[in-house]
Design a protein around this ligand. Structure first.
Ligand code: ADP
Ligand code: 5GP
Length: 187
């Protein structure tokens, strides 16, 4: 991938607070863009097409797999998620740095092909707190939460492949730690 923009990848188990943290980082760094992924899951209450995700059908997603549209893609919690190759290429070539919020399977795919990228894993303080946060968020059923906690275990064991690990216990402290990573890597 050519261009002067820098690629950042953030992964975390669902409910660890990644979306909350990313919003704060994007507010702080105006030269950083968010890579809007495509997904086949249904939109949540506050989510907007094109801002949070592009919501597409499984058939559309699979067509794009066969057309080699994705920089990376994965099936997470029974839904497809993918990053558009063209979107990333265009942003980086314009000199924009780009933040990808993707799961560990997707991160592994692009780490191999983009050795210059900066990778960050967000950890919850404990499984109990992770479970509480998912419940408090109120966006997922009990069954979905149980599946997300199960997935969290297999995601957390892969955290060592990331350059940075940030524990999201106190929100303000986690924001500061994350922003200091972006500041250092974007300078
Ligand atoms: P993710 O994007 O990783 O799935 P969210 O950002 O949606 O997670 O956060 C999950 C829930 O936890 C939300 O209700 C959010 O407000 C809350 N949350 C995030 N970070 C913290 C924190 N440090 N302390 C307490 N609650 C938090
Ligand atoms: P959620 O459904 O909670 O928005 O996201 C579930 C998981 O899918 C999160 O771990 C998130 O990082 C991941 N995800 C979101 N977009 C992409 C993507 O484009 N590619 C991959 N591989 N994972 C993604």
């Amino acid at each position: 991938m050519s261009g002067i923009g820098k690629l950042f990848v953030i992964s975390a188990p669902s409910g660890a607070g990644k979306t909350t943290l990313i919003k704060q980082v994007l507010n702080r760094f105006k030269s950083l863009s968010y890579s809007v992924s495509h997904t086949t899951r249904s939109p949540r209450k506050n989510e907007q097409e094109g801002r949070d995700y592009f919501f597409i059908t499984p058939v559309e997603f699979e067509q794009k797999i066969s057309l080699d549209h994705w920089l990376e893609w994965a099936k997470v919690h029974d839904n497809y998620y993918g990053t558009s190759k063209e979107f990333v290429k265009n942003s980086l070539e314009k000199g924009r740095s780009l933040l990808l919020d993707i799961d560990v399977q997707g991160a592994r795919q692009i780490m191999t092909s983009n050795p210059d990228l900066v990778s960050i894993f967000i950890m919850p303080p404990s499984f109990e707190i992770l479970s509480q946060r998912l419940e408090n968020r109120g966006t997922d059923s009990r069954e979905v939460i149980t599946r997300r906690i199960e997935n969290a275990k297999s995601e957390i064991v892969q955290k060592d492949m990331y350059q940075y690990v940030v524990v999201n216990d106190d929100l303000d402290e986690a924001v500061e730690e994350l922003c200091s990573i972006f500041k250092k890597e974007m300078d």
